[in-house]
Design a protein around this ligand. Structure first.
Ligand code: ADP
Ligand code: MG
Length: 240
C-alpha cells in the first residue's frame, strides 16, 4: 500500500531523515519506536506531506506522492492522522467535528454524514457525547473523538503520532482499546508510540528509529526479545 524509498528530510542543514526504505502492506500494523528526536514525527508527517520530503519516493496506492502533480488534498482524505494533541474544533459539537469534513470536503449529505458519525461515535463508546463540546470531555474522550473524526473520512490508512502521550495514565487504556479494535478490523496503521505493551500485542512489525535511520525492524518477538542492534538493546533497556 505504501512504498517508501530513500526518503530524506533536511531542515536547514539538519538532516533529520537520512534515507528511509520501508514497505507497508494493506492491513498491516507498523509500530514505530525510538528515542526523542530520532525523526519519528517527521517521518509520519512526510507520509502525508505535512512535510515535503527533501529526496526519495513515497508511493501510496500506486501514486508517487513526491510528484508535483499529485493532488495533496485528495491524498490526505485517504490518510487519517491522529496527533498527540487532539486538535478538535473547539467551537463545534462532537457530532459537527465528525461531519464537517465529510460534508464540506467530500460533499456528503448532512443526513448520511450524521448517520455515519453516530455509528462511529458508538464504535468509540461516545454516542452519548454527540452534542457535547470538546472542552466538556476528558482527554481520553477527546482523543477517541479525534480517532472517530479521522475515520469519518473513510481513510485507507491511519497514522498515529504518540496518540496517548498527552493523556493522564488512567485514560491511556481506553484510547489504546479503540486502536486495538481498529487493528483487528484490518485497518492499515502506522503508530508512533512509547506504549511498548501495545507494540508487543498489536504490531505486525516494529520499527526502531535512531538518528534518522531505521536501525532495526522485525516482529515484536524479534525486536523486543532478541534485538540485534546495540542501539535497540540500549533503548529497550531504558524503556522496558
Ligand atoms: P521525534 O518525533 O522522533 O521525537 P522529530 O521528527 O520530531 O523527532 O524531530 C527530529 C528532529 O527534527 C529534531 O532535531 C527536531 O528539532 C527537527 N525538526 C522537526 N521538525 C522541524 C521543523 N519543522 N523545523 C526544523 N527542525 C525540525
Ligand atoms: Mg515526535
Amino acid at each position: 500500500m505504501i512504498n517508501i524509498k530513500g526518503l530524506t528530510k533536511t531542515f536547514d542543514k539538519n538532516e533529520v531523515l537520512k534515507g528511509i526504505d520501508l514497505t507497508i502492506n494493506q492491513g498491516e500494523v507498523v509500530v514505530v519506536i525510538g528515542p526523542s528526536g530520532s525523526g519519528k514525527s517527521t517521518f509520519l508527517r512526510c507520509l502525508n506531506l505535512l512535510e515535503e520530503p527533501t529526496s526519495g519516493d513515497i508511493e501510496f496506492e500506486g501514486v508517487n506522492l513526491v510528484d508535483k502533480k499529485t493532488d495533496i488534498n485528495q491524498l490526505r482524505q485517504k490518510m487519517g492522522m491522529v496527533f498527540q494533541s487532539f486538535n478538535l474544533f473547539p467551537h463545534k459539537t462532537v457530532l459537527d467535528n465528525l461531519t464537517i469534513s465529510p460534508i464540506k470536503v467530500k460533499g456528503e449529505s448532512p443526513e448520511s454524514a450524521n448517520k455515519k458519525a453516530l455509528k462511529l461515535l458508538d464504535r468509540v463508546g461516545l454516542k452519548d457525547k454527540a452534542n457535547s463540546f470538546p472542552s466538556q470531555l476528558s482527554g481520553g474522550q477527546q482523543q477517541r473523538v479525534a480517532i472517530a473524526r479521522a475515520l469519518a473520512m473513510n481513510p485507507d490508512v491511519m497514522l498515529f503520532d504518540e496518540p496517548t502521550s498527552a493523556l493522564d495514565p488512567e485514560m491511556v487504556g481506553e484510547v489504546l482499546a479503540v486502536m486495538k479494535d481498529l487493528a483487528k478490523e484490518g485497518m492499515t496503521m502506522v503508530v508512533v508510540t512509547h506504549e511498548m505493551g501495545f507494540a508487543k500485542e498489536v504490531a505486525d512489525r516494529v520499527i526502531f528509529m535512531a538518528d534518522g535511520f531505521i536501525a532495526e525492524e522485525g516482529t515484536p518477538d524479534e525486536l523486543f526479545n532478541h534485538p540485534k542492534n546495540p542501539r535497540t538493546q540500549d533503548f529497550l533497556s531504558k524503556v522496558l
